[in-house]
Write a protein that binds this ligand. Structure first.
Ligand SMILES: [Zn+2]
Length: 419
């Protein structure tokens, strides 16, 4: 029998609590049970996987977005065809109809260049689980009705479904001009603000200049890398800690705990680590809650750093999300992670906050910094950092502007391969 959506959220909320306690008691046993049941109940319905189960997880093929899309028709358990589903998703973006569904299944597109976009499905039960997870692990419960200002590139009924008697959900379309947002957020006076750091930084400046005066109790950073310098700017402007959510079209992967440390939701995710060095890894995700479109050993494009936390949870702590694998520079014969570039630049002068580095060829970089004095100091520090990594013959030019389409994600370090 199909439950009404709100009841489904409530049931999921209760199940998630139980799942978390079960994981904390016995992480390996919990995941092993879930994996066994998931194969029997879900993978037997997926044409790609049904002949392979039951088997050990590491015998399954690893997937990235390209394979995940190539095998779309065989992976999904709803009998959906990629062309039909893609058409519905693309049409809804152009018409800005934010409730695209096909056979009752919500479709969502991941960001990316056209032709390289991922298509993700969510059934009504999966949406209920997502809403329950957001309420339980991110927003927390409160009997007072709270207003949430949510800045998004495109809305989706996934997000709108968080709307309830206890949450008033104000959606801000990132494609609209900032001035419009400032006027509206001032009127709304949100209790909670959710947005990407480049947007939160602009709100922080507006707050500091007195163009807005808001008093959110919580601020969440999503979608982009939150650098230390942006974090301190935002948290000083609003007088509160900036929390992080590791959420992508692929799923809700993690959020900060009461101590402010990001943890991965390992009570429903199995996260394999592809190590890059002692602390950095690429997560390979198996999501044991997804039924419409099983996500099995999906290799993300992200670089995470393992961390520790004193909160007592056994779920993997992450000290930072460094960026995407696409942002790793292969420069002058050396491999340089984006964090080294970032630190060199902001360390060059205390007032540097707004910059961008673009790799334009295997031997060339451009650096954007509006002020001459900052540019000279940062260029010097950058040259030293590049040399320290053993790269040679690298040229550095000054860029006159940033690459940042209005409403899109801002990337401070980028390579041409990721443009
Ligand atoms: Zn913690």
């Amino acid at each position: 029998m199909k439950l009404p959506f709100k009841l489904e959220v409530l049931t999921s909320w209760w199940k998630l609590g139980r799942s978390r306690r079960s994981f904390e008691r016995d992480p390996e046993g919990h995941q092993a049970r879930l994996w066994r049941d998931f194969q029997a109940e879900v993978l037997t319905r997926s044409p790609l996987y049904r002949d392979q189960v039951p088997a050990a997880l590491d015998t399954f093929p690893m997937q990235q977005k390209a394979e995940f899309m190539r095998d779309f028709n065989q992976i999904n358990t709803c009998g959906l065809d990629l062309k039909d589903a893609m058409q519905v998703a693309v049409d809804s973006e152009t018409s800005r109809d934010f409730e695209p569904t096909i056979k009752g299944i919500t479709v969502g597109l991941s960001s990316g260049t056209s032709g390289n976009r991922g298509l993700f499905l969510a059934s009504s039960s999966e949406r209920a689980i997502w809403v329950a997870a957001v309420l339980q692990r991110i927003l927390g419960w409160s009997f007072k009705k709270r207003k949430i200002a949510f800045f998004l590139r495109a809305n989706s009924n996934l997000y709108s479904s968080v709307q309830s008697n206890f949450l008033a959900f104000e959606y801000f379309d990132l494609l609209k001009p900032l001035q419009e947002h400032l006027e509206r957020i001032q009127q709304v006076q949100p209790d909670i603000v959710v947005g990407q750091p480049s947007l939160l930084v602009r709100l922080a400046h507006a707050q500091n200049d007195g163009r807005i005066a808001i008093r959110p109790q919580r601020v969440f950073s999503v979608a982009e890398v939150l650098s230390d310098e942006d974090e301190s700017l935002i948290s000083q402007a609003f007088g509160i800690r900036v929390d992080q959510v590791y959420q992508c079209t692929e799923g809700l992967f993690g959020q900060t705990c009461a101590q402010g440390t990001l943890h991965l939701n390992e009570d429903w995710l199995i996260v394999e680590k592809e190590w890059l060095d002692d602390t950095r890894f690429i997560p390979i995700i198996t999501d044991l809650k997804r039924e419409s479109q099983p996500v099995i050993r999906y290799r993300m494009n992200d670089i995470l750093h393992v961390g520790t936390c004193t909160c007592g949870s056994k779920m993997q702590a992450i000290s930072r999300i460094e960026g995407r694998m696409d942002d790793v520079l292969e420069l002058g014969g050396a491999t340089i992670f984006p964090d080294f570039i970032r630190r060199a630049i902001v360390g060059a002068h205390p007032d540097i906050t707004d910059y961008q580095v673009v790799q334009t060829s295997p031997q060339a970089l451009t650096l954007f910094l509006p002020q001459e004095e900052h540019w000279t100091a940062a260029a010097e520090a950058l040259h030293q950092e590049i040399e320290r990594h053993g790269a040679s013959g690298v040229t550095l030019d000054r860029a006159s502007q940033k690459i940042h389409d209005h409403g899109s994600k801002l990337r401070r370090i980028m390579t041409k391969k990721s443009v």
